[in-house]
Design a protein around this ligand. Sequence first.
Ligand code: NAD
Ligand code: UDP
Length: 310
Amino acid sequence: MRILVTGGAGFIGSHLCERLLDEGNEVICLDNFFTGRKVNVAHLAGNPNFEIIRHDVTEPIFLEVDQIYNFACPASPVHYQYNPVKTVKTNVMGMVNMLGLAKRVRARILQASTSEVYGDPIEHPQTESYWGNVNPIGLRSCYDEGKRVAETLMMDYHRQSGVDTRIVRIFNTYGERMLENDGRVVSNFIVQALKDEELTIYGDGSQTRSFCYVSDLVDGIIRLMNVDGDNVHMPVNLGNPGEFTMKELADEVGKATGKDIRLKFMPLPQDDPKQRKPNIERAKELLGWEPTVPLAEGLKRTAAYFASVV
Ligand code: NAD
Ligand code: UDP
C-alpha cells in the first residue's frame, strides 16, 4: 500500500513510518518540521519506498494514497501553547484537508486523537463512552477542543460521506526520539537526571498519568488501522493502564538512570488533569492488543537514547 503519515518526522510519526516501511509499504512522510526533525527519519531516507514532503496540513494537498495516518500536531503543552491559534488551525483545517483527501481518493484515514479529550476526568479510569470534563476557554483548549472537533469531523465525514475512518485516543506515550526540550514529563525528568539537575515536579506531584512505550503504541495503531468489522469507526483508547504519580515517576527515572534524584517543586500549570488512566478493554477485544513493555524497561531504553544525544 501507499501510506501517508502526516507529522511523520515527529516522535510517534517517525516510529510509525519505520514500522510501515518494515512491513513492505510505500510511505510518504509529510511534515512542516515545527516539532519534528529530519534526523528522526534520516535513517529511512535511502529507502526507495520512502518520501518526505515539507508541507503544512492547514493547506490542501493532492496525493494518491491508500491510507492516511493524521499525526500532524504538536503534542507537548509547551509547543501547542506557543501559537495556540495555529494549533486550532492544525487540528481543524488540517483534519478537513486530510478528510477531503481521504474522501476524494477513497483512502482509509486514522486520526491521532488524545486522552486530553477527557479533560480533567471525573470518571476514572477513562472509558471511550465518557464525554469528558474539558475547559473550552483555557490554555489547553486549543489542543483539547481542537482534537475534539477533529473527532467530530471524522464522525461526520463518516456518516455523511461514508469515509472509512478510525480514531485512536492516545494516552501519554514516551520513548526514543522525543525532543530533549520537549517539555513533557518523561523527557524532562530523564534529561534532568542525566545532567545531575533537580527534577522539576509541577504541583505536589500527586497527579497521575499512565505511560505507554512507543513500540507498544505503534503496534496498536497499525492494528486499528487494519481492523475491519462493525463498530471500528468509534474511538479506541490506546495506552498502558499502569498508573503513576509524578513523584513515583521521578523515583522510576532515578532507578532507570542510576542517579540519585533531587526534586524541585514548581507551580502546577492551569487545568492540569489530576488523574489519567485508560480503560483498554475495547482495544483488547477489538484488536487483541495490550501493552507489553513495563515502565521500568521503557524508561531504561529511553534513558539510553537520551544519554547518546544529551
Ligand atoms: P510531535 O510534536 O513529536 O510530532 C508532531 C509532528 O507534527 C511534528 O513532526 C511536527 O513538526 C508536525 N506538525 C505539527 N504541526 C504541523 C502542521 N501544521 N503541518 C504539518 N506538520 C505539522 O508529537 P508526538 O508525540 O509524536 O505526537 C504525534 C501525534 O500524536 C499528535 O497528533 C499528538 O496530538 C498525538 N498524541 C500524542 C501523545 C503522546 O503522548 N506523545 C498523546 C496523545 C496524542
Ligand atoms: N510535569 C511535571 N514536571 C515536568 C513536566 C510535567 O511535574 O517537568 C507534570 C505535568 O504538570 C503533568 C504531568 O507531569 O501533571 C504530565 O505532563 P506532560 O506535559 O508530560 O503531559 P500531559 O499533561 O499533557 O499529560
